[in-house]
Write a protein that binds this ligand. Structure first.
Ligand SMILES: Cc1ncc(COP(=O)(O)O)c(C=O)c1O
Length: 438
């Protein structure tokens, strides 16, 4: 497809760049093919752009659209409750209903607070962990994304695997200029999925460490499942040394199961963070946890605030989303369709002579061009052939299949068997063309 097919987006991008920095409102939106694209609307598993192209959407807006675009029950709830007012600087009954629902379905959610996005909920979790343990640092893992705030905007990019140096004392690279250098003292970083290394580090430094934060499935660098016993091992270590175990469930929440990764893996963290799929695209997140941790908010010892928190329409969107998920229980189907798509992609690569790693549980998974049979941590993902992945994703986009630029695919409750078959056929075509072009 020629760039002619994106002419109107290109024109709007030039106009946007005069007033919006880079033409976008979030860094990731710059990196579309062949440039930032402007969309008109979305419906179900499809999204439509200003040039009249329609795409089968596996980005789901970076994860939130678990019920697909414009789910009627979500839109109805938002419209209905908007008419009753936007936000009250006070309480409303649906907030209790949402909290009661989350308390019913998420194992660790004895108490909670609502915020607007994952990034700020993560910071609230750190604050609670510091206050309760009296310690300052958190331990995090290479390649895990916990938002874009200063103290977590590290260790998610690196020039190469070698540049990271020793596994015991990894080099950490900032993702942005302008970060406070002071926050480098806030955290210790280790490679993921290496329980022995965590044990050694904590044994030596537990008096400094308030929390261990992890994505329960590493979805932001590859889509890597925890090794058997890894999450349970973290749980034991945290219990032993008075450390908060924080699950960052911004991606896994409402996606791996209704009760999140903590229900799926049967490991209960002290604190966890939910966002993305919780609100079907409306700005709502939650910091949830055991009462003995969250009660610091109850007493006011720890402050959490926000003018825009828990507005009528956002809470209504989250309630409607969770009600649909609970009623329809689409998880089995999402796993089935995702795994079918994964198998189809592996098969297409094999037929066309490409080494393609397809990895993840199904409702989300990643693809990478690599000789590795399995990626186990961030260091492995840094060896992937990113240029080749870029060519694949661009060619898929031209065939109307939209995938996140780093090779991540999300399945929604409204993707169909035909959607999966269409995506596999497109991939087969693209991979065959790439093989002849090599
Ligand atoms: C695991 C994880 N944590 C935190 C965040 C930050 O969430 P938000 O973009 O809502 O601030 C993200 C965003 O992609 C994420 O994937």
């Amino acid at each position: 497809m020629s760039t002619n097919n994106y002419k109107e987006s290109a024109r709007l991008l030039e106009r946007a760049k005069k007033v919006l920095a880079g033409g976008v409102s979030s860094e990731f939106r710059k990196y579309n093919h062949p440039h930032a694209i402007f969309y008109t609307h979305g419906k179900g598993s499809r999204i439509y752009d200003v040039d009249g192209n329609d795409y089968l959407d596996f980005t789901l807006s970076q994860g939130p659209l678990i019920l697909g675009h414009s789910h009627p029950e979500v839109l109805d709830a938002v419209n209905t409750y908007s008419e009753q007012g936007q936000i009250f600087a006070g309480q409303h009954i649906r907030e209790i209903e949402l909290a009661e629902k989350i308390n019913e379905i998420i194992p660790s959610a004895e108490l909670m607070r609502f915020c607007l996005d994952g990034s700020e909920a993560v910071q609230t979790a750190f604050r609670i962990a510091r206050a309760k343990t009296g310690k300052q640092k958190f331990l995090r893992f290479e390649g895990h994304y916990h938002g874009w705030m200063d103290n977590v905007c590290w260790a998610i990019s690196a020039p190469s695997a070698e540049a990271l140096g020793s596994r015991e004392m990894p080099e950490v690279f900032p993702w942005s200029q302008g970060l406070s250098q002071l926050v480098k003292d806030d955290f210790i970083t280790l490679p993921w999925n290496d329980l022995e290394l965590v044990k050694q580090t904590i044994a030596a430094r537990h008096t400094e460490i308030a929390a261990i934060i992890t994505e329960p499935v590493m979805c932001n660098s590859g889509c890597i499942l925890p090794e058997a016993g890894f999450l349970a091992g973290l749980r034991t270590i945290c219990d032993q040394y008075n450390i908060a175990l924080i699950f960052d469930e911004v991606i896994t929440g409402f996606r791996l199961s209704l009760g999140g990764a903590q229900h799926y893996f049967n490991i209960t963290p002290d604190l966890s963070v939910f966002a993305k799929a919780m609100g079907s695209g409306y700005p709502i997140s939650a910091i949830v946890g055991k009462r003995e941790w969250l009660n610091l908010l109850e007493t006011g010892q720890v402050i959490h605030a926000g003018t825009m928190n828990s507005g009528n329409p956002t809470v209504a969107a989250a309630l409607a989303t969770i009600q649909v998920l609970q009623r329809e229980n689409p998880y089995r189907r999402m796993f089935d369709l995702g795994q079918q798509l994964m198998a189809g992609l592996r098969n297409a690569a094999e037929k066309t002579g490409h080494k393609l790693l397809v990895q993840g549980p199904g409702p989300m998974f990643t693809i990478a061009f690599t000789d590795l049979a399995k990626a186990k941590d961030f260091r492995d993902t840094l060896t992937f052939d990113k240029a080749k992945l870029g060519r694949f994703i661009a060619a898929m986009h031209d065939l109307k299949v939209r995938i996140i630029g780093r090779g991540l695919w999300y399945i929604s409750s409204v993707h169909t068997q035909e959607d999966i078959d269409f995506a596999i056929a497109a991939a087969e075509k693209v991979l065959a063309e790439m093989a002849t072009a090599q």
